[in-house]
Design a protein around this ligand. Structure first.
Ligand code: PBG
Length: 322
């Protein structure tokens, strides 16, 4: 059954289609800006006009959607840029929705404060000399306000990635109150505190200025806790669940797939992309085969959709095969 490609295709258990791929984009101020991220070859900070072009290319390849992040002009302690009506992602969303691409794609907006806070943490920080704490409850209002403003600007889905407790309920309530009851929530319910987010923090300029995210993101050793986080988020009103990172946590994706009936996505994060690219640059791995194998592994583990920086490249490979 493995002798020829038609035989292998007949026996193949796992398939990928471009519609299952979600492309992350990093929006930045300016016009005509296309600045490559040093640690992520082929990934750029894009001004809104350039991002719209990227979205059009993605849509013509049949990609499922986009996940938008923003680099604001200025940062402050209350993450004003995250919920500002004229914020960078809000402007991007309006432009996407005006272009044909934005109507073909599911345009998701990441909801978090770390790209917009001066200290780079995902919530409000209470500091007392050397001591500091990320305040869970006082961060919820700002996260809800951010989600409302992104949904109003045209986000088809809001995706909270901050990992504060209770944020899904706070966001659901705020959306409903504002007449945005049709906007679904994709919760990064099980987000592990991971070294693999390193390159993203260069791309989104969101590295914490002190400390780390281990007081709010999950300990990578825990599977049962991931289940509890998902139970809570679903009870609070999450419509879909995102797992991340992907490749180092395939067992968690599988366990989650078997236990929950909601749509589940996985995020092949920046470090997973960068490490593959580092090996491609040295000629140590065959780029196309390694890319497709990594994506199929995530699908096989149980992810219905995959957020990946390879989305466009992989969709081209799939189009050539079809
Ligand atoms: C924001 C956020 C991060 C990622 C997605 N949303 C960074 C972090 O938690 O530090 C990481 C994505 C990637 O590494 O590609 N909180």
């Amino acid at each position: 059954m493995r002798r020829t490609e038609p035989l292998r295709a007949l026996a193949r258990e796992t398939h990928l289609e471009p519609g299952a791929l979600i492309l992350p984009l990093f929006l930045c101020p300016g016009e005509g800006v296309r600045r490559e991220i040093g640690s992520m070859p082929g990934v750029f900070n894009l001004s809104v006009d350039e991002a719209v072009k990227e979205a059009e290319a993605a849509a013509s390849l049949g990609i499922g959607g986009l996940l938008l992040f923003g680099l604001p002009e200025t940062k402050d302690e209350r993450a004003t840029g995250a919920w500002d009506e004229q914020g960078i992602v809000q402007r991007g969303l309006r432009a996407m929705k005006q272009s044909g691409a934005g109507r073909k794609l599911v345009v998701m907006a990441d909801v978090c404060l770390c790209e917009y806070t001066s200290h780079g943490h995902c919530g409000i920080v209470k500091q007392d000399g050397e001591e500091y704490e990320i305040e869970n409850d006082s961060s919820l209002g700002l996260l809800a306000k951010t989600a409302v403003s992104l949904a109003r600007a045209g986000a088809d889905v809001v995706a909270p990635s901050d990992m504060m407790d209770g944020r899904v309920a706070a966001i659901r309530d705020a959306l409903d109150e504002e007449g945005l009851e049709q906007t679904p929530i994709l919760s990064y319910a099980a987000k592990f505190a991971s070294a693999f987010y390193g390159p993203f923090r260069e791309a989104a300029d969101s590295a914490p200025q002190f400390g780390d995210r281990r007081s709010y993101q999950m300990d990578g050793a825990n599977v049962r806790e991931a289940m509890r986080e998902i139970d809570l988020d679903l009870a609070e009103g999450a419509d879909m669940i995102l797992m991340k990172p992907a490749m180092p946590y395939l067992d968690v994706i599988r366990a989650v797939r078997e236990r929950f009936e909601v749509p589940i996505g996985a995020y092949q994060v920046s470090g997973e992309y960068s490490m593959l690219h580092a090996a491609f640059a040295r000629g140590w791995l065959e780029p196309q085969r390694a890319m497709m194998e990594s994506l199929v592994s995530i699908r096989r583990a149980g992810a219905g959709f995959i957020v990946t920086y390879f989305a466009t490249e992989a969709a081209k490979v799939l189009a050539a095969r079809a």
